[in-house]
Design a protein around this ligand. Structure first.
Ligand SMILES: C[C@@H]1CCN(C(=O)N2CC[C@@H](S(=O)(=O)c3ccccc3)C2)C[C@@H]1N(C)c1ncnc2[nH]ccc12
Length: 303
């Protein structure tokens, strides 16, 4: 049962009323906004369901427009390996709104991996890799480019099930092109980006594959901060002018240098990462190739 203000909202279970959203805690924060744990409690007796609420901090016009696009994208996605959209909540005066999603108590993969390192073997890590491939394969089939694939944006449903949990930077490919050129540099983390994205702001399903390779690295390092991609890249690049980090990284990658293999990472898995980090986008495997190769590795490791 949900009490609404207007008749037309009676039928629409995806419209949430701000006055019934009870703030509990912060699930994550970023440059432009945050994701909060709330209880949607229209009866006011704490029996309502827990939901994850994504909101914008600064309501600049382009941020609101991007946010509206993100909620339209999320509403259109239906996959076991993508976080479920639940609805939207118009804040007072309809100046902006909040995105309501399912809440997964196990939180992000980046926080989950180091905490569960001793119970997660390579077969679990490869299971997560194959589920993320399935989610990305579905996303690509809808002509979406994610642009921010990283363990901090993957959600843990259970020890046997992960989902892609955020689409804040997702873009839809134009009909006539297989890549997307973004104008604003944005704040997205450079150490997950492909060379062509760093130097020419070009994003594609192939640049998502590059990011998937970095995500594989995060899986097999159990997302430990001591050997995170930023830590390792900055260590290997050596001292440089802070304003020149992007150029130094492009130079580093152009020289053919890559992240080192994680400790006790199977050779085959490191080869898979390296294939995702081919300089030429066309030489990188597709998510279909990756799904098959990851499943073959899963079999070889379990037998
Ligand atoms: C891993 C999830 C996505 C990433 N994240 C996050 O905090 N952010 C994603 C976007 C950025 S933002 O807030 O900066 C942002 C805001 C607006 C525009 C663009 C960016 C932060 C934490 C989430 N988290 C722990 C969750 N845990 C449990 N259940 C969940 N359901 C849904 C999310 C979620």
């Amino acid at each position: 049962l949900r009490v609404c203000d207007h008749a037309w909202e009676l039928q629409d279970p995806t419209v949430y009323e701000e006055r019934h959203l009870k703030y509990i805690s912060v699930l994550g924060k970023g440059n432009f906004g945050s994701v909060e744990l709330c209880r949607y409690d229209p009866l006011g007796d704490n029996t309502g369901e827990l939901v994850a609420v994504k909101k914008l901090q600064h309501h600049t016009v382009e941020h609101v427009r991007d946010f509206q696009r993100e909620s339209r994208i999320l509403r259109s996605l239906h996959s076991d390996f993508i976080v479920k959209y639940k609805g939207i909540c118009y804040s007072a005066g309809r100046r902006s709104f909040q995105l309501i999603m399912e809440y997964l108590p196990n939180g992000s993969l980046r926080e989950y991996l180091p905490k569960n390192q001793n119970v997660l073997g390579p077969c679990h890590l490869l299971l997560y890799a194959s589920q993320i491939c399935k989610g990305m394969l579905y996303l690509g089939s809808q002509r979406y480019v994610h642009r921010d694939l990283a363990s901090r944006n993957v959600l843990v449903e259970s020890r046997e099930h992960v989902k892609i949990g955020d689409f804040g930077l997702t873009k839809i490919l134009p009909q006539d092109k297989e890549y997307y050129v973004v104008r604003e540099k944005g704040e997205s983390p450079i150490f997950w980006h492909a060379p062509e994205s760093l130097s020419d702001s070009i994003y594609s399903r192939e640049s998502d594959v590059w990011s998937f390779g970095v995500l594989l690295y995060e899986l097999f390092t159990y997302s430990q901060r001591s050997c995170s991609p930023p830590t390792e890249y900055l260590r290997m690049m050596g001292p440089h002018n802070a304003q020149q980090t992007v150029c130094s990284l492009v130079e580093f990658l152009r020289a053919g240098k890559r992240l080192c293999t994680p400790a006790s990472c199977p050779t085959e898995v490191y080869k898979l990462m390296l294939s995702c980090w081919s300089s030429l986008p066309s030489e990188r495997p597709s998510f279909k190739d990756l799904e098959l190769q990851v499943e073959q590795l899963q079999e070889s490791l379990t037998n």
